[in-house]
Design a protein. Structure first.
Length: 346
């Protein structure tokens, strides 16, 4: 089968690899599509993510597929189910690539973690089992790859206690920032403002529920944020990029009793990860800094409900759809900075 493999940092190609083999508590999945995560996948390919499997590796974590075979003791999945996050998994197979989620592949595995826990049957083959949820009928599986980002960002907003009437400032105008914006709007945000560096991309964000934009390459971000919040600051400020420099700007834009949330993963050496100097000058009293580690499974029913009832369209996110064999070209499109989401089909 084909899979997207990084053998040298800076390059990704589709190559043949062995099929995964399932156990009694696993299901084999024909992967239908996997979306590029513009941040994480790019950092994996470039070797700049603080934690990454040794090369060579199979990447991709925004996958969707159809179950085609179930193990003898699987009872929470059935053949035909469409599921999130199937991934390549190898157990005791020599001379295969390492797995860094492994969703860019023609076949993958989901594990029935609940059955394993109930039977006290040991460890789960697929480490992402809690996120390998069944997608309801009526949702397009290719478009559904986008929902993984939406589920993550919605759960992060809820973890931060965001709700109706609160204001939201987002650093980062990529697909994650856009997803935060649309989820904030769905939760009843009073004001949604996004910070980016390019006018063309900032204009695109207006289709995702953004009220105002700030171009950090042209404007004083702190001054403009204060102006747009009428001097109050924002109830929640999210770093959707992953930058300690951004965090030091964000703390100067947050409202009293507000929260600064770090969602993006900083591109720093592993030994420096989550260690940085914080400049408190110009910050309000009684604010907090929170690491927004998403709880994706908790928002599954909400987000799928939005789609089923036509409250959310994934088409707005999708720039390109192309076959897995062209993963190298897909990565060049992502690197150009002109794509929102690029999806590879298997």
């Amino acid at each position: 089968m084909l899979a997207g493999i990084v053998r040298r940092f800076g390059e990704v190609y589709a190559e043949d690899v062995p099929m995964p083999v399932i156990g009694d508590y696993d299901a084999l999945v024909k992967i239908i599509a996997c979306a590029f995560c513009n941040g994480t996948d790019s950092h994996i390919i470039e070797g700049t993510l603080p934690f990454v499997s040794p090369l060579p590796l199979i990447l991709g974590h925004e996958s969707v597929g159809r179950i085609i075979e179930v193990g003898a003791k699987v009872r929470n999945y059935k053949v035909g189910d469409i599921v999130f996050r199937p991934q390549v998994v190898y157990k005791n197979v020599p001379d295969v690539p390492n797995i860094c989620w492994g969703g860019f592949a023609e076949y993958g595995v989901v594990s029935d973690g609940r059955a394993i826990a109930e039977d006290k049957a040991g460890s789960v083959l697929s480490g992402s089992w809690a996120m390998q949820q069944i997608i309801p009928e009526g949702i397009d599986p290719i478009e559904a790859t986008v929902l993984i980002t939406v589920k993550e960002t919605l759960s992060s907003l809820l973890i931060a206690g965001f709700n109706a009437g609160k204001s939201l400032l987002i650093f980062g105008s990529g697909p994650v920032g856009m997803s935060f914006a649309i989820c904030g709007r769905m939760l009843g945000a009073s004001n949604v403002v996004i910070v980016g560096r390019r006018d063309e991309r900032l204009k695109q964000t207006l289709a995702f529920g953004v009220d105002e934009t700030i171009n950090s390459s042209k404007e004083d971000v702190v001054k403009k944020a204060r102006e747009l919040s009428k001097g109050r600051g924002f109830d929640l400020v999210v770093d959707a990029i992953g930058s300690y420099e951004v965090i030091n700007l964000a703390v100067k834009t947050v409202a009293r009793k507000g929260i600064v949330g770090q969602y993006g993963v900083p591109v720093v050496p592993r030994e420096q990860f989550q260690r940085f100097e914080l400049d408190f000058r110009g910050t309000p009293s009684n604010w907090s800094l929170s690491f927004l580690n998403p709880d994706e499974p908790s928002t599954h029913e909400i987000v799928c409900g939005w789609v089923k009832h036509d409250l959310l369209s994934m088409k707005t996110f999708i720039t390109e759809i192309m076959p897995l064999k062209d993963i190298d070209h897909a990565y060049e499109i992502v690197k150009s900075g002109n794509a929102i989401k690029v999806i590879l089909t298997m």
